[in-house]
Design a protein. Structure first.
Length: 149
């Protein structure tokens, strides 16, 4: 079972990487935060975020002052790394935007799955970012404040 999980995690990482490098972008930007009022794909992603203010890199800081870097791509995928260079991948997934809110799935390789949720400020410069970690029982929620870089 462990080997199957590792293979599944590696396959998911390759699919995400292929999506990032393929340049798949979708059609429209119906509002300042992406495809407002639209629906994402059944996997939780939303290809219509190409013009969204969420797209780009954000620094996430927790209440203790620790920071990570989240990159939201225009193809509806996201990843968190240890540094601004995008090295040391931590978690990844897909996301969708509705109004000033975003949400999506999360994969933590070798650990488990979860979800992300948050709200983008009206000026598009800051966000609240919440991890919901499904590998805890009950689920654990971790809150960060994000600043657009």
């Amino acid at each position: 079972m462990k080997a199957f999980c590792r293979v599944r995690s590696a396959l998911a990482a390759m699919v995400c990487a292929a999506a990032l490098w393929s340049g798949c972008e979708s059609s429209s930007n119906d509002g300042p935060y992406g495809n407002e009022g639209g629906s994402g794909s059944s996997s939780g992603g939303n290809a219509a975020v190409s013009g969204s203010v969420i797209v780009g890199m954000w620094e996430l800081v927790d209440s203790g002052g620790s920071s990570w870097y989240v990159t939201f791509s225009s193809d509806g995928t996201w990843k968190i790394t240890d540094d601004r260079a995008g090295n040391a991948l931590r978690v990844y997934g897909t996301y969708k935007v509705s109004g000033s809110e975003f949400s999506g799935d999360m994969e933590n390789p070798g650990v488990g799955t979860g979800e992300i949720k948050g709200t983008i400020s009206a000026d598009g410069a800051t966000m609240d970012f919440r991890f919901i970690e499904h590998w805890h029982s009950p689920y654990k929620e971790v809150v960060y404040t994000g600043t657009k870089l």
